[in-house]
Design a protein around this ligand. Structure first.
Ligand SMILES: Nc1ncnc2c1ncn2[C@@H]1O[C@H](COP(=O)(O)OP(=O)(O)OP(=O)(O)O)[C@@H](O)[C@H]1O
Ligand SMILES: [Mg+2]
Length: 430
């Protein structure tokens, strides 16, 4: 690849300028980066070894004081290294929690700073692969960062822009994630189609109804081809939460009744099941509050389990087991065991494909209703959709695909690049 060398733009990152556009899909669970120079297809960038994605995870190692990213971060945490794991940071955009400060290796930083560290790492890795960085950055954004609150939604985008500004790009713009996915899919189409793009990720479900086709690709203004967009703040991390509360948390005391006949307070269990809140349950105050709940438990051994999870910071490990069991059942395994022997000897929880269908039913109904709303907003009947283009990791969920087939019986279900489609399309955005 040949690049014209320009002046160094990204001074802090020490990269020279190359032509084209960088697209960053900063995802709740996984992030991806692409580059296009306008002459050929966009290129997804290898971010961790050969992989084109970097799980949106950081691990601050207490012993070495080093910061690790992606799969490496998860592996170190799961191997029991002393330190702090951060995941699902995108869910904090638009929330006051983003500005809260936390102590990392004896330094106080905000969660916004931590997102900054992650984006910087993405850009560093991209720059190293490309041998430079373009002046133009397109960041993906969900249709709604925050549901039913336009002010907080705007705030979320402003917060993300603020985080990206110090990276040194001259021009930063945003593109809706489902539209980016559509632009990527369009490159593979032989003839014109009306498509419902379904992007179900870790944090949000986003939809767009678009007219796509080989003749339309090169048109500068695509606004008239975008018939509708919609989105709802439900994604894989919500599925994990629901499944954790149903299948795992009861083993730590959730929904148990105390000596007074009342249910044990649910807060610690809900936070432990919510990826972006797990971290708060491991603070000294939360641990003291949970300790005080002992009188609310009839069975003290359940309280012992809860306290062990909090004190030994096992929360992310439990959430990870739930997620892995969900994925295995979604991929066809009828039964999965979640090993909880770190909590209590011989303890395990179960996940089944029928539990998946049962516990996710209500959330999936909301997701499908949002898809139907998008088609209605486009002024079309479900039968006028030629194809449903699936992207985002959670679009692989079997019960979801079943529900979509029922709602759009005539449409062809096309599975795209689940983890790279949005990033690939971002670099085409104008
Ligand atoms: N085979 C599978 N079946 C069901 N869910 C899956 C499967 N594979 C991955 N997932 C889920 O997909 C989600 C991650 O998808 P993806 O990487 O597309 O999200 P994201 O882009 O990070 O999130 P968002 O776009 O909402 O910000 C996780 O919740 C993960 O558990
Ligand atoms: Mg996504």
């Amino acid at each position: 690849m040949k690049h014209s060398r320009g002046p160094t733009l990204h001074s802090d990152l020490s990269f020279s300028a190359i032509p084209g556009t960088l697209g960053i899909d900063f995802g709740t669970s996984n992030s991806a980066v692409s580059w296009a120079d306008g002459t050929e297809s966009s290129r997804l960038i290898a971010l961790e070894g050969e992989a084109n994605t970097l799980p949106t995870a950081l691990f601050f190692d207490a012993e070495t004081q080093r910061t690790h990213f992606g799969r490496e971060a998860l592996a170190l945490y799961l191997a029991g290294h002393e330190g702090r794991l951060m995941r699902s940071l995108k869910s904090l955009l638009g929330s006051p929690l983003l500005l809260e400060r936390t102590s990392i290796n004896h330094t106080s930083v905000s969660f916004q700073d931590i997102i900054g560290l992650f984006l910087r790492e993405l850009v560093l890795r991209a720059g190293a692969q490309l041998g430079g960085l373009p002046r133009r950055l397109v960041l993906g954004r969900p249709v709604h960062f925050v549901d039913d609150d336009p002010e907080r939604d705007d705030l979320a985008q402003r917060m993300l822009r603020q985080v990206a500004e110090p990276l040194g790009f001259e021009d930063i713009s945003f593109q809706l994630e489902p539209i980016a996915a559509a632009l990527d899919y369009e490159r593979r189409l032989q003839h014109e189609r009306t498509v419902l793009v379904v992007d179900i990720g870790g944090g949000t479900s986003d939809f767009t109804v678009v007219r796509l086709g080989p003749e339309r690709v090169m048109q500068a203004d695509r606004q008239s081809d975008i018939l509708a967009t919609s989105g709802v703040h439900i994604g894989g991390t919500d599925f994990d939460k629901q499944l954790s509360l149903a299948q795992l948390m009861p083993l730590l005391g959730y929904k148990n009744t105390g000596p007074d006949g009342r249910e044990v307070p649910s807060r610690p269990f809900i936070d432990l099941s919510t990826w972006h809140l797990i971290h708060w349950q491991q603070s000294p105050k939360a641990i003291r509050d949970a300790q005080a709940l002992r009188v609310n438990f009839t069975d003290a051994s359940l309280h012992d389990r809860l306290m062990k999870v909090l004190r030994e910071q096992l929360g992310h490990g439990l959430a990870h087991s739930v997620e892995q069991a969900k994925i295995a059942c979604s991929n066809g395994a009828p039964l999965q065991h979640m090993d909880l022997s770190l909590v209590a000897l011989g303890l395990s929880a179960e996940m089944t494909s029928s539990a998946l269908a049962e516990h996710l039913h209500l959330l999936l109904a909301q997701v499908v209703a949002c898809a139907q709303g998008c088609v209605q907003q486009a002024g079309l009947k479900p039968s006028q959709i030629d194809a449903i283009y699936l992207t985002g990791g959670s679009s692989a969920l079997q019960p979801l695909q079943l529900a979509l087939r029922q709602a759009f019986a005539q449409a062809e279900l096309v599975t795209g690049d689940l983890f790279g489609g949005v990033a690939a399309g971002l670099a085409y955005s104008i």
